[in-house]
Design a binder for this molecule. Structure first.
Ligand code: ZN
Ligand code: ZN
Length: 283
């Protein structure tokens, strides 16, 4: 890692690292995080782990999404990264060696998730207020069955305000550019997975307590109702915005309910759907 970062330092100025290089890093991680889900789409076996197995994104949808992403990445995210760079410089952010110790990342990354989750919950909930929804957040909800890269498909105002949430944690607690890159890496994987449309029972994130995962956020895209959090389940539980989601999950499991939120992971969507169809036939 140290050798890799010294190559970066030797070849690029701090401005290039903070701007264009961070932009390229973001693009590689964001689209790279989509690849595993694209592969699953090609293998029929995995259809049973799709949250909405009967739905599939078509080519026109993906092309439209790519076009908007390109515009918002260049004209909103890149200027925000530069702005962050100047603010971070003012706050004493470093790019120099040595790299931040792993023990710092071990508490900072979870802390950034908690900070962003709380911020995201309230901004997202506000975006659903009827006086603003149709002007801004409606665009993100064009996808009722999201696919990986639909994560950042949004109105520029939304990209800006939610982007602040991503930078909040690093701004307060990080002291190094590599910490920001590490954070971008995990946060981008998380949000792409959130929109992947898949709920894999052996996904390692299933072991993270209170992790919402794709099943949590997919329900929001399908129904336009809560839950509003994108990372953890606790805000929706505490503020009572996940009642419909919990009821639906209970129904999918034939009324069985375990310890919240563990029972919502590895959803048996395919089996549940088959059961629903069989019941409908009998009726
Ligand atoms: Zn929403
Ligand atoms: Zn979404």
């Amino acid at each position: 890692m140290t050798a890799g970062w010294s190559v970066v330092l030797d070849n690029f100025s701090p401005f290039v690292i903070a701007g264009p290089l961070t932009f390229v890093f973001h693009e590689l991680v964001y689209f790279g995080a989509w690849v595993p889900w694209l592969v699953l789409d090609q293998i029929p076996y995995f259809n049973k782990y799709k949250i909405q197995p009967e739905k599939k994104a078509d080519g026109a949808m993906v092309a439209k999404c790519l076009k908007r992403l390109l515009l918002s990445h260049v004209f909103i995210q890149l200027p925000m990264q530069l702005l962050f760079h100047w603010v971070a410089q003012f706050l004493g952010f470093s790019m120099a060696l040595p790299l931040p110790p792993v023990r710092d990342l071990a508490w900072q990354l979870p802390a950034f998730f908690v900070i962003e989750d709380f911020y995201f919950y309230w901004i997202h909930r506000a975006l659903h207020h009827k006086s603003v929804y149709k002007y801004v957040h409606k665009i993100h909800h064009e996808h009722t069955h999201p696919f990986g890269i639909a994560a950042e498909y949004a109105h520029p105002v939304e990209t800006f305000f939610l982007g602040i949430g991503t930078l909040l944690g690093p701004l307060f607690f990080a002291k190094h550019m590599v910490t920001l890159w590490a954070w971008l890496f995990v946060r981008l994987w998380e949000t792409v997975e959130d929109h992947s449309g898949y709920d894999l029972p052996w996904n390692p994130t299933n072991f993270i307590p209170f992790w919402g995962g794709a099943v949590h956020h997919d329900f929001h895209h399908k129904t336009f109702q809560g839950p509003y959090s994108s990372i953890f389940t606790w805000c929706d539980w505490a503020f009572g915005t996940d009642k419909m989601f919990r009821a639906q999950q209970k129904k999918l499991r034939d009324g069985k309910e375990g310890a919240y939120p563990a029972q919502f992971r590895g959803a048996p969507n395919f089996e549940a759907l088959e059961r629903e169809r069989a019941k409908a036939k009998v009726a």
